[in-house]
Design a protein around this ligand. Sequence first.
Ligand code: AMP
Ligand code: MG
Length: 398
Amino acid sequence: MLTTAEALDRVLAAMPELSVESVALRAADGRVLRQVVEAERDQPPFNRVMMDGIAISHSDFAAGIRQFPVQCTQMAGDAAATLTQGKCIEIMTGASLPAHADCVIPVERIAVSEEIAVLEDGYVAAAQQYIHPRASDHAAGSQLLAPGKRVSAMDIAVIASAGLTHVDVSRSPVVRVISTGNELVAAGQPIEPHQVRLSNGPAIQALLAQHGYPDCEHDHLPDERAVLTERIAGHLNEADVLILSGGVSMGKADFVPEVLAELGVKEHFHRISQRPGKPMWFGSGPDGQAVFALPGNPVSALVCCRHYVIPALARASARTTPTPEFAALAADVTFRPELTCFQPVRLISNAAGQVLAMPVKTNTSGDFAALSGSDGYVELALEQPRFSAGTSVFLYRW
Ligand code: AMP
Ligand code: MG
């Protein structure tokens, strides 16, 4: 059986790269950038005034002048005036520093009467004060954003400041989430005592949305070979990625692997030495579609989705690989040694600023309600059956 690392490597290696499309600035939020964004101009683009007040020549202050006739008023957005020696210009935050001025005195430190600004008694001004020098944040042409970054609100500010109305991002993958199982009944439908509420589909859709893939349609299929074959064939024709749940174990109605093989989906692996999620299946469709068949148990389905599907979509989107995260176990964990354990955890921090992972007990791999109290899971490698409190382990946030 494959280790979790081998399985993830195979998944990532099988992912085709999505093409690039140009989207409007407001639609770029949450998408993966596929271009360099360079500064259009110096930042600030001019010597920027940082206080409402007056602009003077510091040499006048050094020569003992404390009263300055007001030459004119300059607002943010006005072209820079030219200061006459011995005078001041009333100036607003965000304005371009007037020529020959090299000192800004805040309005709180002056009194203006009859068009003369008088400095507060004893006020000491320094040359260059309250001036944000041109290009001191960055110069025109500097690289501000690199390809592979998921666009954040801060990045939107950077893109807009670079003067771009459109930006290149990865095309959004077309994803289909497919729940299989005769026993499943969606919320809102009447349910019999022997039936089960369908929860994996909406949960997987939500997890994908939280990672930047909001438009994934859902289908529910019965455990019937003919129906599975026909409907999965349709989804393969339309989607880049299929995420099935259920029907991959050893039961008599677990037809998913056979049906996928029949449809020309090439198996990369079936089963991973992990708990939960051991029966997971993965393959590539005739046109390179990635097909994930996750076990139906809700905890297994969500852990497998987070651990394999989310990094796979990131790879397909040419997203930069995130740096691994670690947390220290907050309590001892003991488990059956032959399988890697994905242990759901709640995160807490201690006074030393360390992130601690408190194991959240799940009763079975069907105990989805317990997951609500978790922030993610830690990976406890199969080589060792017991991990003591304080051990640093890989952390995956939901
Ligand atoms: P399976 O992998 O098909 O054998 O399913 C394992 C268990 O997970 C069974 O108890 C199923 O009823 C349950 N299950 C499968 N799919 C879902 C789903 N979409 N939502 C909730 N439970 C599910
Ligand atoms: Mg089933």
